[in-house]
Design a protein around this ligand. Sequence first.
Ligand code: MLT
Length: 312
Amino acid sequence: MLDDGTPPGPEPTGPRLVAVKGGARPKAAEGADNALFVDVALLPAELEHMPLDRFGAVAVIDVLRATTTIVAALENGARGVVPVATPGEAYAWRAAAEPVLLGGERGAKRIPGFDLGNSPLEYVRERVAGKLIVLTTTNGTLAFRRVLAAGPGGGQGPELIAACLRNAQAAARHLWQRAVSSDRGVLVVCAGTNGWFSAEDAYCASVLLDCLAACGPLEPGDGARAVMRLGALAAPPLAELSSSRHGQTLLRLGFAADMDYCAQISVSETVPRFNAGVLVAAGGPYDTGSPAGVPSVDGESVAGEPAPAGPA
Ligand code: MLT
């Protein structure tokens, strides 16, 4: 912490960041002039104290299971995913915008009246291709909303993406490019579980940082440094996920196949990015290149952009 109470990190208009291609990993080039500043918020609550204008790109991680489910939905051709905070908000979308699919969980189980739960294995092509999905989960979708609320808005906020183990490498490349081109850093936000630290999200963050380190030198903040150390001690991915508190809950509820799916590393090229209030596959047919925006059932995002996939 600096004397004036400012947390460490790059200045909003910091030194130019230069990508180094093909670098051996994972060397954290602390203090190097061309290093990319990267930090990790181990819980969304940390966002209250983090000036987001220091970051050109932000990744939300809820590896069990919201961000894995979002990647699965978009990989299987969904038009977009709207992360909302409550089931009531989801019902409002259904009332205003037919046809949408409502997905999500409470207590890891499908919400009554919803079309889908929060298992990525439900989001198959036959079910989701061409559809807009409104998703509410206990922690993951809330984490997105908290990042959007913490951002400067008006289209000035950072690029916001969803990351999980399955898209770790593709997500890291996307974050790197966006951060370098904005001369700002990368922030990884772990969703946690009901306000508690989640071992599985921290593990996933360590894998993402490894992939970022393969893009070029990093200057890690304290959160990133802690996560890298955890990652150095990690068990194999399935063991990491299964031994976490939420992993144990999912296993008790019979979601062992979800754990196997969520534990696969860098098998997907799909990067969900916020585009005017809706998560779409980056570079896909529904990506108009708009800034993040905020989900809004009346079709107006806070960024002042119409939400293209929203109701008329
Ligand atoms: C959440 O957002 O809390 C999770 O994705 C819960 C779950 O595993 O369904």
